[in-house]
Design a protein around this ligand. Structure first.
Ligand code: SF4
Length: 255
């Protein structure tokens, strides 16, 4: 971890470092080492969490990150919690967070739980949070929803075409053929130090940047053309890293 933090300290300027998992709060050093380590090196911290940590830990996280807490993407898993319990914890985290922190609720459009997702959306928005539904991905693409499920998904996202254009849902779009800053201004860092240009690249065994832990890595010097049929993660597009796709920082789907 120290070697990873040293590697990140060598990045030019202030980066947004989004910590995902698994569940970041389960890692014992997350609050004691990762968050302070990133903040001390001048980076901003974002997190993808299922909010299973005790409220005191969520609040401590907010205080440690302070004004450098950029985005909280809270993942609502309807098989393991209820919207009411989940939102109670998220409200505590929001209350402790810096006012500039953006908070988004993600929920996967699980095929046999679509009615629950729809009901959850209403509760989430009533409590003043942004809701960002995501299509369920499987190994080689998107889950094959039945025609009835597609109709239900369309209702949840407010119309497929509109949601695709506005990016108010993650429908796993294709940006194939567009220039993308992945590998140059964005990269994926694994716990063993492996660095990849983006998640699709890693899945295809491409976009290898080297190993941050051993110091044998380098960012690309420029943007490259995206060769992949699906962009599974909304982060690069929402940060304005894909040609022709405007940034949506702070908007739905920011996570
Ligand atoms: S558009 Fe998405 S899939 Fe394509 S290179 Fe960029 S981050 Fe990777």
């Amino acid at each position: 971890l120290d070697r990873l933090l040293r590697g990140l300290a060598g990045l030019e300027g202030s980066w947004e470092v989004k910590v995902t998992g698994g569940e970041p709060f389960v890692f014992p050093g997350f609050l004691d080492r990762v968050v302070p380590g990133l903040v001390a090196r001048g980076h901003r911290v974002s997190v993808l969490t299922n909010l299973s940590a005790p409220v005191e830990e969520l609040e401590r996280f907010a205080h440690l990150a302070g004004e450098r807490l950029a985005v909280v993407s809270a993942s609502l898993h309807l098989d393991s919690t209820t919207p009411v319990a989940f939102l109670g914890r998220l409200e505590a985290l929001r209350a402790a967070a810096h006012p500039g922190t953006r908070v988004v609720v993600n929920s996967v459009l699980v095929p046999d739980r679509l009615a629950q997702v729809r009901a959850a959306r209403q509760v989430v928005e009533e409590r003043g949070f942004r809701f960002f539904p995501q299509v369920m991905k499987v190994k080689h693409g998107i889950h094959p929803y039945s025609p009835d499920q597609v109709k239900e998904v369309a209702m949840i996202v407010g119309g497929l075409e509109r949601a695709e254009a506005s990016r108010e849902a993650n429908l796993a779009p294709s940006y194939s053929g567009r220039r993308c800053l992945a590998g140059w201004r964005y990269f994926v860092l694994m716990q063993d130090g492996a660095a990849w240009a983006c998640r699709s690249g890693r899945r295809h065994g491409q976009g290898w940047l080297g190993n941050v832990a051993s110091g044998t890595w380098a960012l690309r010097p420029e943007a490259k053309t995206c060769p992949y049929p699906m962009c599974p993660c909304a982060v690069p597009a929402n940060r304005g890293m894909v040609e022709g796709v405007p940034a949506r920082a702070g908007g739905p789907g920011d996570g």
